[in-house]
Design a binder for this molecule. Structure first.
Ligand SMILES: [Zn+2]
Ligand SMILES: [Zn+2]
Length: 261
């Protein structure tokens, strides 16, 4: 019997996912999930390449609600959204919001954190001066994500790890890095919001560990944070990617406070 029966971070072809609401629902049922939350990327005016179009919000809601009705005897479906720090506020009623930081802004220049390693290296060279200044700005933005997006779940807390799987982009033991993430955790903990453990970068072959990295998980846990595991799936073959093994890792090894329902 599976341990993790839910996934609340799911993309479709309404944003940068490969499959439809219907296909993702069927895939979730097939792999034994009993709850599925859709979290299309909310519209970000400065970057339309990966997100939902503003004019599609109602269509997205209607498709999710019709799948909810059609498959109600097999799976519980929830209507959510992944709000970026720079997204416009939602225009439809939602069951929940994931709040995520995908960009860092300085002097009017917005740099994507998860697009390519080159984007980060160029921004460091031309704007920030060193990687830790970039990362400090990233975590300052993350620290404000609940306030800005009114989210229920804090998405992929250390997205800056995406291109650091081999540890060569920055050093996790650097005191500036540690201080930056601790400050963000300290600021977010009083909100009581749930931190996400996200296997998305593992599914795409970038890292062999979920977000957040173990050091950060330990710190959030020590501060009393709650967690939810999700796959951040963009296609039918990754709906439940590593949810079981990460659950074992997170609950047995780290003894975390996990929300599984
Ligand atoms: Zn995201
Ligand atoms: Zn996502």
């Amino acid at each position: 019997m599976r341990l993790v029966k839910q996934n609340f971070h799911t993309h479709t072809n309404f944003c940068d996912g490969a499959n439809s609401v219907e296909e993702m629902t069927q895939a979730a049922i097939k792999c034994g999930l009993t709850s599925l939350g859709f979290s299309s990327h909310a519209y970000t005016p400065h970057d339309e390449s990966y997100c939902m179009k503003l004019e599609d919000y109602e269509k997205y809601r209607d498709e999710v609600l019709s799948a909810k009705e059609k498959y109600k005897s097999q799976i519980k479906i929830y209507l959510g959204i992944e709000q970026d720090y720079y997204s416009v506020p939602p225009t439809i009623d939602l069951d929940y919001i994931i709040g995520s930081v995908h960009y860092v802004e300085k002097d009017g220049v917005i740099t994507p954190v998860d697009e390519t390693r080159e984007h980060i290296e160029n921004a460091v060279k031309n704007i920030y001066g060193d990687i830790y200044t970039f990362i400090e700005k990233y975590y300052q933005t993350v620290a404000d994500v609940v306030n800005k997006t009114n989210c229920d779940i804090i998405g992929h807390f250390d997205l800056c790890e995406k291109f650091n799987g081999d540890g060569t982009l920055f050093d996790r033991e650097n005191p500036r890095y540690i201080n930056a993430y601790k400050k963000a955790v300290d600021q977010l903990i009083p909100s009581g919001k749930i931190f996400e453990i996200n296997t998305g970068a593992m599914a795409r072959g970038y890292t062999d560990f979920p977000y957040p990295h173990k050091n950060i998980l330990d710190y959030i846990s020590k501060c009393g944070g709650k967690f939810i595991i999700s796959s951040d799936s963009h296609s039918v073959d990754t709906v439940d990617y590593k949810l079981e093994s990460v659950y074992n890792y997170a609950s047995t090894i780290l003894n975390l406070n996990l929300i599984t329902k």
